[in-house]
Design a protein around this ligand. Structure first.
Ligand code: FRU
Length: 479
């Protein structure tokens, strides 16, 4: 939603209780609230931040402007979880309350260091002429959730970057701490800067150079770069805005992509033998995905189910955005797989054979197989007229199409109303999570993923096999 700058950057303290209550009341009227996904308590949720493990729990913050469905003065809002399925918002916040983050506590990461959680993030600072200075700064969060900001800037603006220089991710490799930061150069191409912490001191960062990951620079900015290790291989996850579609076909306003490399070589600031760029997700929205390696070595990721510069039907209820399920990464035959964490199965409260249903609560999981040698179409959110969100799988060609054109309220239609991907011919498995206005589809054990919003009409809550042969299980999920 477009709101005037003075509204979006109004000081938090200037919002009255009455105004805040009106926002909450408006939000409560939404017919589209999710049951088991993280949504903002109020306002806009965008990137996942500070995804980490510390003090016996997982921590996940989200970027938030609490006063409406717009990108305003951002804070981090804290949640914790022990199973990566049930998250509790704690009330802890990283506020834009310091001269180094006066115009927003922008995205960043977190890592346990010396019994505290180190938060590494971008302070968005603007002067009276609205000229931006991006500062990479830090804060400590203790076990009680008390936040103490560091007084010195950790990484000053890079001279080879424009004002677009942000989203530091800290990671550990061979007992050293490294950080990567997304950037735009003066020729308006995206790049990633690599740093190393001197003697593992997270207050002291030395530049190692611009990370060579085999990029072409066809994008104008790289947001939210993340490096995680999957079975020892570095996987770079990033959001290259404006990427040339000749380099990679995509439909969303901005893509979320990845590369798998053979080796991380800090001494040459490179990812050795990086693969071609790939789409991380084939759905209508998944962006700014953040990952980290757990102490036991798993690579976990979570995505923002939303996109910058897109208006959503929930905007009129003063909120926007959700977090995806937490997904674990693996590599099989050189391909990246994403799979919901195992505790997702704890939400199941019934196990029924899959069959057509006139109505559901739009809160379920399906585990289904599309039979070989035919075309089958599954309609989710099917209304009285049988129309809804259709997933068509041609198992002869391996073509999979998700069509949203008949599913409820339409938006962002200038980016198309269907999405496709291909897999090898043969029967296709799909694990599908439906949560009111969110659908996440994992094809063939997570080889391909479609993450999307759907804003169904009041009568759109059925499940229908429109053609072909689809068999499997239906699980109602805990609300
Ligand atoms: C990505 C992004 C980040 C930035 C944050 C601000 O969606 O633009 O690059 O840090 O959002 O909210």
């Amino acid at each position: 939603m477009n709101l005037p700058t003075e509204v979006r950057y109004r000081a938090y303290a200037d919002w009255t209780d009455q105004e805040k209550q009106a926002i909450e009341e408006n939000m409560a009227k939404s017919p589209w609230k999710a049951s088991y996904h993280i949504e903002p308590r109020t306002g806009l949720l965008n990137d996942p931040n500070g995804f980490s493990y510390f003090d016996g729990k997982y921590h996940l913050f989200y970027q938030n402007w609490p006063f409406g469905a717009a990108h305003g003065l951002k804070q981090w809002v804290h949640t914790t979880s022990t199973d990566l399925v049930h998250f509790t918002e704690t009330g802890v916040k990283l506020l834009p309350d310091h001269p180094h983050d006066s115009h927003g506590a922008y995205s960043g990461s977190a890592y346990e260091v010396d019994d505290k959680l180190f938060l590494f993030y971008t302070g968005n600072v603007r002067d009276e002429n609205w000229v931006r200075t991006p500062l990479q700064i830090g804060a400590w969060m203790d076990k009680d959730g008390k936040i103490e900001k560091m007084k010195d800037v950790l990484i000053a603006p890079a001279t080879d970057a424009t004002e677009h220089f942000r989203d530091p991710q800290i990671f550990e490799y061979n007992n050293d701490f490294y950080a990567i930061v997304g950037a735009q150069n003066h020729d308006k191409s995206g790049f990633i800067k690599l740093y190393k912490a001197t003697n593992r001191e997270v207050t002291s960062w030395a530049e190692l150079g611009n990370l060579d990951f085999g990029g072409t620079g066809s994008e104008y900015m790289i947001e939210c770069p993340n490096l995680v290790f999957v079975d020892g291989k570095p996987v770079l996850l990033y959001s290259p805005q404006g990427l040339d579609k000749a380099e990679l076909a995509y439909d969303n306003i901005y893509p979320n992509t990845y590369k798998i490399a053979e080796r991380f070589a800090p001494e040459t600031a490179s990812l050795v033998d990086a693969s071609a760029i790939q789409n991380l997700d084939y759905g209508f929205e998944a962006y700014a995905t953040q990952g980290f390696n757990t102490p036991d070595g798993r690579a976990l990721i979570v995505s923002w189910i939303g996109l910058p510069d897109v208006d959503y039907p929930t905007d009129r209820y003063d909120y926007q955005g959700a977090m995806s399920l937490v997904k674990e990464l693996s590599i099989k035959d050189g391909k990246l797989y994403q799979w919901p964490v195992s505790a997702m199965a704890d939400l199941r409260q019934s196990d029924e054979p899959f069959e057509n249903k006139g109505t559901t609560l739009n809160c379920y999981e399906l585990n289904v197989t599309f039979a070989a040698d035919m075309t089958s179409t599954l309609v989710l959110y099917a209304g009285h007229n049988g129309q809804g969100l259709s997933l068509t799988v041609n198992t002869q060609t391996g073509h999979i199409t998700l069509d949203r054109s008949q599913a409820g309220e339409q938006y962002a239609t200038e980016f198309g109303t269907s999405r496709t991907c291909t897999v090898a011919p043969g029967s296709v498995d799909a694990r599908i999570f439906v949560d009111n206005s969110i659908v996440e589809i994992f094809i063939n054990q997570g080889e391909k993923v479609f993450t999307s919003r759907v804003f169904p009409d009041a009568d759109q809550s059925g499940i229908l096999v429109k053609e072909g042969l689809i068999t499997g299980h239906y699980f109602e999920l805990k609300n």
